[in-house]
Design a protein around this ligand. Structure first.
Ligand SMILES: [Zn+2]
Length: 202
């Protein structure tokens, strides 16, 4: 129904439980049926029009996570809220539910995937992870990391490649432009398909 609950992870230390996000009328189903409609909802409603979803609240930012079936219809299976900076792992049952799925969430930072995004994608694994992020007033970018054929690279393999770069793994978490470059490199090396729309001018 018209209510998005928090993901089943405890809030980080010192932060309150996330309040459910209600969409009136409550009796109606959520106003999106698939991945495309969900991402439109993120842009039109969730990002900027929801006080807890923007960068103004620092580490209290709340992301909205949509989980979709990996078939052609990409229909929504579940939707929930989580702290952007969460470091807790999902409970096993929720992880099992995520295996092989497509997920999409907003990044209040406006930046590409975080380390925990790529680790989750690789280790579960997920079919595809997507991020919707504002990069200018009223403009949004979508980032995608998709499995390539049947390849199932591990985070350990990717970490080796990143470690061999001049900047190593150092700065990977703190520098989103460097993360973007690492993802481009891993794409070129065939680890996955990484795409950004519209592209970032480097
Ligand atoms: Zn993320």
């Amino acid at each position: 129904m018209g209510r998005i609950e928090a993901c089943p992870i405890p809030p980080p230390p010192g932060l309150p439980e996330i309040e459910p996000f209600e969409i009136a009328p409550l009796e109606d189903p959520l106003p999106f049926r698939n991945r495309e409609e969900f991402e439109r909802f993120l842009c039109d409603v969730y990002i900027f029009r929801t006080t807890h979803s923007t960068t103004f609240h620092g580490r209290h930012n709340v992301e909205c996570l949509g989980i979709f079936s990996p078939n052609e219809s990409e229909s929504i299976e579940r939707c929930c809220l989580q702290y952007a900076s969460h470091t807790e792992e999902y409970p096993t049952e929720f992880e099992c539910f995520l295996i092989g799925k497509i997920t999409s969430h907003n990044h209040p930072s406006g930046q590409t995937f975080s380390r925990s995004d790529i680790v989750t994608w690789a280790d579960l694994p997920l079919q595809e992870i997507r991020v919707v992020a504002p990069y200018n007033v009223g403009a949004y970018r979508t980032y995608s990391i998709k499995r390539l054929n049947q390849r199932r690279p591990t985070w350990a393999e990717m970490k080796c490649v990143i470690n061999a770069q001049d900047w190593g793994l150092h700065n990977f978490d703190s520098n989103p432009n460097y993360r973007h470059r690492c993802f481009l490199l891993l794409h070129e090396m065939g680890f996955f398909e990484y795409s950004v729309d519209p592209p970032i001018q480097m």
